[in-house]
Design a protein around this ligand. Sequence first.
Ligand code: UD1
Ligand code: CA
Length: 449
Amino acid sequence: MAVSFIILAAGMGSRMNSDTPKVLHHIAAAPLLHHALTAARSLEPARIVVVTGHEAAAVAKSAEAFDPSVECVLQDPQLGTAHAVDMAAPLLKDFAGEAIVLYGDTPFIRPETLEAMLHARARHSVVVLGFQAKDPGRYGRLVARDKELEKIVEYKDASDEERRITLCNSGVICASAKTLFDLIAEVGNANAAAEFYLTDIVQIARAQGLSAGVVICDEAETMGVNTRAQLAEAEGAFQSRARAEALENGVTLTAPETVFFALDTHIGRDAIIGPNVIFGTKVTVESGAEVKAFCHLEGCHISRGATVGPFARLRPGAELAEDVHVGNFVEIKNAILDEGVKVGHLSYIGDADIGEFTNIGAGTVTCNYDGVMKHRTRIGKRAFIGSDTMLVAPVTVGNDALTASGSVITENVPDEALALGRAKQVNKPGLATKLMARLKAIKAAKGKS
Ligand code: UD1
Ligand code: CA
């Protein structure tokens, strides 16, 4: 069954009190919008249309960054949710499949729930996702009888009796694209808010003799974000779920409540994650790898058997092959570390390729930036980089080569060569004692004056 999505993201989100449009605020290191897009994409849809309005260009840019095949349409002015969906009509009116409407500010709808709605379409022309609200507040109420949905009443327009209903509208609606747009064409704005309500399509469908039904999901799924407090709450909800899932999938989390995941974090079975590890976007940790306490990881790949940290920072483009060891106070960026490479302590490795089994001594720095451009450092296999080596890129160190500690390497080092790039040491017998005596005398003279 072909399906397309319409994601509503035109609203201003004024209660966020922000210059950033609401759907671009982050949960789990990803904009709210990307959470909805992730759920949509997991159903392998024919098309995804995002309805933009407030800060349209920024929202469209973010949607395209998620997936260039996502299409955006502009809604200006914003006259209500039915009007918003109607903006997608030129793109989807002739689409011979299902249409599902999602909200860009509702990040936790599960793919399984969307599948359940598609299945329910076998019984109903219009399917609405509802939930039993602990505190129904200002949600639209679902007026249902014997599994048939009669209508959705917005809070503002509801009678006292209707306000007592606890079955609420999540906002997610599914119908065939044709039915959806035909029904929307009938929606008026004679209501308390003078808006074109998407929710009106239920009553219109029923009046035309079509069936409408409800699929019920857990309230946690329908959690929307309207305020910073709800954003923080949603972050907490995401993290609790991600931690539980990681444990379920066979990942060891020493102190789960201190680990923060991103929307797209992938961790293999039997990986071990220590306390206080933060995952930014695009991190993969393979089975059996270990990330020790206090690491910050982003845009990196950690292969089987590798160990990272404690206190390591991996930045975008850090590729660690099997059995690599990255120790404390090491930063790695845009660098490929082949099998068995060791960078144990206090190093910066940026824009580099390091061959297998090479050892990088403490305090090594790839001097990759000349103030204008970035340059690459290439180190061969089984090389030994002495402690405190400065590798002034672009520079190449050969296989089985060695650099002396404290060297500033500005020229390429051939295979098997030893490179010394530092001043030769000179010893001056007795000079230390003489120097100390002189300094003490100076200090004593100052004390008298
Ligand atoms: C809507 C539903 C309500 C439901 C609630 C769930 C309607 C009329 N009401 O109410 O039944 O219980 O969601 O959270 O649909 N948007 C646009 N363009 C517009 C108006 C809204 O893109 O012209 C977008 C908003 O950015 C938002 C979503 O649609 O993402 C919902 O709009 P909002 O105004 O928040 O609807 P609610 O009043 O919360
Ligand atoms: Ca809302």
